[in-house]
Write a protein that binds this ligand. Structure first.
Ligand code: TXA
Ligand code: MG
Length: 312
């Protein structure tokens, strides 16, 4: 149910939960002042308790209350705000409820680049918000997706279709190093350039630094099988069980095609990704081949990372 900015502000300030637009994907927004409502967000999504939420801020001045200390390296990535970059800081444990952090001592913060949401945030203060999908389903990039997952009667602040359509990049930022916790709409190369050093690699087998890394996200009902060359795709597509291909406009195949647009046009590929995944489910496909014959630099890496997570 679409509601006005005024209604959304009122509901959130009373401890309600409202679906909010961002430039990446829709979120389920809740005020940090209502830890009980934060717990309800986890229930609503069926989200594991140990997977913390991102806190969204409308102004830089809202940051200082949420964190213990801002590392000096932050000045090098500040230019990505407002925008699709989430930074993990040491949390101010007094102001960020444990439910938001899933008991961790850190907090993930981002300043979204969406006019309507920023207007809301200036009135409500910081909002915790996970993506507004049922856990395990593709993230919602328009109002219809939120309605399909959370219900037509759920309050939604309509900000139109999401401009980027894929989630923010999540990084852990220290004084002298940084880690890429989730690939997203800000690519690793741009961060490396801004920070002047490569991301620290996570050792294989160590505990995930971001709890979200261990979950299979964005999963459609169909089983996706990734093909990394034209030859592999051709070879597999003669097997009877495959019903469709998730690929690009020029994917040459006898099976029905769900297209992400032109090959190696990653901004538009990513923007279409979650709608395409939902389309595969709507058409009832169970076994789908994925054309993964694309570049993997820049946002191509984000596309590849998402595909690998979807495959599980
Ligand atoms: O673009 C986005 O980031 C969207 C919009 C709504 O802002 N939000 C989003 O939230 O994708 P969610 O909850 O679906 O994903 C948040 C990710 C998870 O992978 C979670 O594990 C990680 O951020 N995260 C949150 N707090 C963290 C923390 N303190 N340390 C490490 N990772 C954290
Ligand atoms: Mg999510």
């Amino acid at each position: 149910m679409k509601i006005t900015l005024k209604k959304a502000t009122e509901q959130i300030c009373r401890g309600g939960i409202v679906a909010i637009p961002t430039e990446t994907v829709y979120g389920l927004g809740v005020s940090l002042k209502f830890p009980r409502s934060v717990k309800t967000v986890f229930k609503l999504k069926g989200r594991p308790q140990d997977n913390p939420l991102i806190v969204h801020i409308g102004t830089l001045s809202q940051l200082k209350d949420l964190v213990k200390k801002v590392p000096s390296s932050f000045s090098r990535v500040k230019k990505f705000w407002p925008g699709p970059l989430t930074v993990v800081f040491d949390a101010n444990l007094k102001t960020v409820p444990s439910a938001v952090r899933s008991g961790l001592k850190t907090v993930a913060v981002r300043m979204p680049d969406h006019m309507l949401l920023r207007k809301l945030l200036k009135k409500t203060g910081p909002l915790a918000a996970p993506s507004a999908n049922i856990s395990g389903k593709p993230s919602p990039t328009c109002v219809k997706h939120v309605e399909d997952d959370i219900g037509v009667h759920f309050p939604i602040l309509d900000g139109g279709a999401c401009r980027h359509g894929v989630e923010s990049t999540v990084i852990l930022l220290k004084e002298k190093s940084w880690e890429l916790l989730r690939a997203g709409f800000v690519c690793r190369e741009d961060l490396e350039q801004a920070l002047g050093l490569p991301a620290t690699k996570q050792n294989q087998g160590t505990k995930p630094r971001s709890p979200g890394q261990k979950y299979r996200h964005y999963a459609p009902k169909a089983k996706l099988v990734l093909c990394f060359s034209k030859k592999e795709l051709r070879h597999k597509s003669v097997q009877k069980k495959y019903q469709a291909v998730l690929g690009f406009d020029d994917t040459d195949n006898r099976l029905p095609l769900v297209s992400l647009g032109k090959r190696n046009r990653f901004q538009s590929n990513l923007k279409r990704l979650y709608s395409c995944l939902r389309r595969l489910d709507d058409r009832g496909y169970r076994f789908v081949l994925v054309d993964c014959d694309h570049q993997v630099s820049g946002l191509g890496f984000t596309l590849r990372e998402r595909m690998e997570k979807i495959r599980g």
